[in-house]
Design a protein around this ligand. Structure first.
Ligand SMILES: C[S@@+](CC[C@H](N)C(=O)[O-])C[C@H]1O[C@@H](n2cnc3c(N)ncnc32)[C@H](O)[C@@H]1O
Length: 217
């Protein structure tokens, strides 16, 4: 199916609340463990989390890597309000800096590593994300990004939503469906990486609905 873009920012209160309350704990833990295992040297680095949403991954990273400092960026105040609470509850205000701003341009590096989960599919100009990653890192910096992957049809997208979010609130299911339809295919991401001279990053597809881009800038 053709890509159907969705709004970039998740700035509606109810939408941000539904997302913040959803239980992504297992996926988020997997994301952080995978990142830490692939790039053990980052334990003491400056890490930027692009499109941090409610901040759960930033908190998990800071806890998992106690020597690191995390800058977490999002353009949606509704999401950052949840992130501020999560960071305060974890007592990590001294190690996590929350930045409200639009990507690209919200922060200047250099950072030692970039992480990002579920941001890419929101972007109307996805090539900007890859250019931004190049701008705010140095050669050799770890890059670790996960996102949804667009299924072949709307019918398959609906099936995925029903299989994995059957008991979730309607708003979350609606957003999940829209995100699947807005996501990129592995071939499209491959072309984006080539355009940014990042073809050496690997594209992995751990499930039929997720892709991971990993490697060093
Ligand atoms: C699906 S959420 C993912 C949140 C978080 N990374 C997670 O995995 O829980 C995507 C987030 O990216 C933010 N976002 C989308 N486009 C953005 C942009 N151009 N600049 C800054 N933030 C953006 C949205 O506001 C939203 O909070």
């Amino acid at each position: 199916m053709l890509r159907a873009p969705e709004p970039e920012l998740m700035d509606e209160q109810e939408q941000a609340r539904a997302y913040a309350l959803a239980d992504f704990a297992e996926v988020n833990r997997g994301f952080v463990e995978d990142f830490a295992a692939r790039f053990p040297e980052i334990a003491r680095g400056r890490i930027v989390d692009l499109g941090c949403g409610p901040g759960n991954i930033a908190v998990l990273v800071a806890k998992r890597l106690p020597g690191s400092r995390v800058t977490a960026v999002d353009g949606a105040e509704a999401m950052l309000a949840h992130a501020r609470r999560a960071v305060a509850q974890a007592g990590l205000q001294d190690r996590i800096t929350l930045v409200r701003g639009l990507i690209p341009g919200a922060v200047d590096g250099p950072f030692d590593a970039v992480i990002s989960n579920s941001l890419l599919h929101h972007l109307h100009y996805p090539e900007m994300l890859w250019q931004e990653i190049v701008r705010i890192t140095v050669p050799g910096s770890p890059v670790f990004l996960m996102d949804l992957m667009r299924p072949e049809s709307e019918a398959r997208a609906r099936e995925i939503v029903e299989t994995f979010s059957r008991d979730e609130p309607e708003m979350l299911k609606r957003d999940f469906f829209a995100s699947l339809c807005a996501a990129f295919t592995a071939d499209e991401v491959k072309a984006q990486l080539a355009a940014a001279n990042l073809s050496h990053l690997s594209i992995e597809t751990p499930t039929d609905r997720h892709l991971i881009v990993a490697g060093r800038r």
